[in-house]
Design a protein around this ligand. Structure first.
Ligand code: AHR
Length: 342
């Protein structure tokens, strides 16, 4: 309330200042065109930039790099924002510290792509006390009081897991493979909603079919290096792996390298199911190494920019917004690659 009042007062004083400027015949063309540009940029009738602090998970995957690029490009000065970006290096403690820094800098809006689902109550309570709206983006959080954040935009990770399992069941059926299929799962960061949703969606669906057997599941932290390391250890423990479920493309790339080094043919001897559908995954499918990638859309920047402007204008926003996502099997990879934005 206090922040909005200050924003209103600022708008009021800017309107008066603009009125004075209109009668000032000495004002230069370049000054007035700059001011017109930023006014239309933030849509609020004010030429004040919206200061937004964004706590990003890290740079663990191609998906994350695309997400950061989307956020930075949408939250630009040209679009009416002053962005304060903080990379948490996959650690929630760094995110909590960043959010406290944003509060002490009195930003207008806070955006968080949370590493994990839980552990947010205290710091979000501090943001609420400071009257700073919070947008959660990409992964979800679990809080007992949902007034601790204004809105969320991201993926339905559980649905992605269900989609992966259904694709796998149909694929094996089409191939006439009715014998037992041994599956290993490379999970993402444990406790992140991306890992929780994909593990549950895939696990609950696949257990309805008795020809699939999950041999093991372990985290590869959503990184290529860790994905490769965990796959190497699976290969030492099991000599009968038929399917790898990698909860993101980068872990799949690591697993593919490990399989090749062990003399196996990924995409043929071993079916590779992945998530994200980044450009490099399409190239991997075209090369015959990966069988499918379930899309996870990282292009949240424009959505977050729109939500931030609405919140600053005291407009109503949808609390929960899921993005549309598809499933991309290898057969359509070549046709789809030119259309990919990330
Ligand atoms: O939260 C989205 C997930 O996080 C993506 O699948 C993964 O690549 C990223 O690290």
């Amino acid at each position: 309330m206090k922040k909005k009042l200050i924003a209103l007062l600022m708008c009021f004083s800017l309107v008066i200042a603009a009125g004075c400027g209109a009668s000032d015949t000495n004002s230069s063309d370049s000054e007035s065109s700059e001011s017109a540009q930023s006014t239309s940029a933030n849509d609020s009738g004010s030429n004040k930039l919206i200061t937004i602090g964004f706590s990003q998970v890290g740079a663990e995957s191609d998906w994350r790099v695309a997400n950061t690029a989307s956020m930075k490009s949408a939250l630009s000065e040209k679009n009416g924002f002053k962005l304060i970006f903080a990379d948490a290096q996959q650690k929630q403690e760094n995110q909590i510290k960043a959010v406290r820094d944003f509060i002490s800098q009195d930003v207008d809006v806070i955006a968080i792509a949370p590493v994990t689902e839980t552990g947010w109550e205290t710091v979000l309570g501090e943001a609420k006390d400071a009257d700073i709206p919070v947008i959660i983006v990409d992964r979800m959080i679990k809080v007992s009081d949902d007034s601790l954040f204004s809105c969320w935009v991201g993926s339905d990770f559980q649905k992605e897991g269900v989609n992966a399992a259904e694709w796998l069941v149909n694929y094996m059926k089409e191939k006439g493979k009715t014998d037992k299929q041994n599956v290993v799962v490379l999970q993402g960061t444990i406790g992140s909603s991306a890992e929780i949703g994909r593990t549950k969606g895939f696990g609950d669906t696949i257990k309805k079919y008795d020809n699939f057997n999950i041999l093991a599941q372990q985290t590869g932290e959503f990184t290529q290096a860790k994905g490769q390391e965990v796959m190497e250890s699976f290969l030492k423990q099991y000599n009968d792996i038929d399917v790898v479920i990698a909860q993101n493309d980068n872990m799949a790339f690591g697993a593919i390298d490990a399989l090749k080094a062990a003399g196996k043919a990924p995409g043929k001897d071993v079916t590779i199911v992945s998530f994200d559908a980044v450009k490099a995954a399409f190239k991997s499918m075209i090369a015959g190494d990966m069988n499918v990638s379930v899309e996870c859309n990282p292009l949240h920047g424009p959505r977050v920019a729109e939500l931030a402007k609405k919140l600053m204008n005291d407009e109503k926003v949808e609390k929960i917004q899921y993005v549309d996502e598809k499933v991309y099997p290898a057969e359509i990879a070549e046709k789809e690659l030119p259309n990919r934005q990330y």
